[in-house]
Design a protein around this ligand. Structure first.
Ligand SMILES: [Mg+2]
Length: 95
């Protein structure tokens, strides 16, 4: 996420507080869930899904900031999990 975005999101957390922003994060994840369910039921809602993904990504960034989790730590976890998926696809992982 861009540096000026980080500053705005940090100010948002400072203004509204961890509890409120955690609730907003949960709400946004629920809104994405709802759009995905609508899609599974046959709705053509690509734009709504994109909007909710954007909302969730913004809230995931705030969650990282609130919990002091570095982007590089998340990147390392993602790399490990993607590698595990790769191994699974290649039949090297039994888990
Ligand atoms: Mg939303």
């Amino acid at each position: 996420m861009k540096n000026n975005y980080i500053q705005i999101l940090t100010e948002t957390i400072d203004t509204f507080g961890h509890r409120m922003q955690t609730m907003v994060a949960i709400e946004e994840m629920s809104e994405l869930t709802k759009e995905l369910v609508k899609h599974m039921r046959g709705r053509d809602n690509r734009d709504a899904i994109a909007e909710e993904i954007a909302d969730v990504e913004i809230m995931l960034c705030q969650l990282r900031l609130m919990h002091g989790i570095k982007t590089t730590d998340i990147d390392a976890l993602i790399a490990g999990k993607i590698n595990r998926l790769k191994n699974k696809l290649e039949g090297k992982d039994s888990g």
